[in-house]
Design a protein. Sequence first.
Length: 301
Amino acid sequence: MEVFYELNKQTDLSLCLGFFDGVHQGHQVVIKNTVNYAKINGVKSALITFIEHPLCLLHGFDVHYISTLPQKLKLIEELGVDYVYILDFNRELAQKSAYGYLKDVLIENFQPKAITTGFNHYFGLNKQGNSEFLYNHQKEFGYKYFEIPPITYNNIVVSSSVIKNYLMNGDVYTANKLLDHKFSFKSVVQEGQKIGRTINFPTINLEYPLNMVKIPYGVYSVNVELKGQKYKAIANWGLKPTVNNTLNPTFEAHLLDFSQDVYGQPVSVEVNEFIRNEIKFLSVKELQKQIAKDILAIKEG
């Protein structure tokens, strides 16, 4: 898969449009339709997205993402896309009408054979462009348009905003089902206060990425990939009220069947599900007992 950060001439493409945060089940159908059309018709597939969500520029929002750009690109590549265009959503682009964007950007550069979007994709000044707009301009510009209808899981319409809400409310299990993969993040092992060692549950300390969706403070079942190996682990994300008075939250994980010093090592964390709220116990001994119960639940789960 080739990745471009500016426009260039690649004609006769099968295109798909969207921001694709999380590359969830709905996104996957959009992308697969694009790739399948390309394969059947002997052309290349391309996905067009943006570095930052348009809301950052249009409304000054501080957007938190389900996936980082490298994560998004990896998931897109696994679906077989040939080219990805990651554009800068700037003032000039924001002021373009839907017709101007279609004609001056998509048609001028790509002369697409097909365009695929989700049912709720909008583009152009004041959201002038939508599924109906793309359908109505097929003959004028010589492409075939595909609108992917809502994709549902257990009667829930899959969307990035819905998944974010589940994550922010701690229902990681449902969010993962809608994503069709695990909510995850990458970090580097930092040196902590080593309190876990004193209670026989050594942990690795990680910084939670600033620009990712924040899950609630609490205890989670996670998988930690470290040095090419994946381990089951229990993680606490929060302020550690029983043993710590700091106001700076930390994400620390106790890896099952693991006891190495790995400071400075990169890790990948998959969050499986929420186990319980973060609690201030009356004593460290009570905390130890609860952690032992939490670990047992993970082993049996």
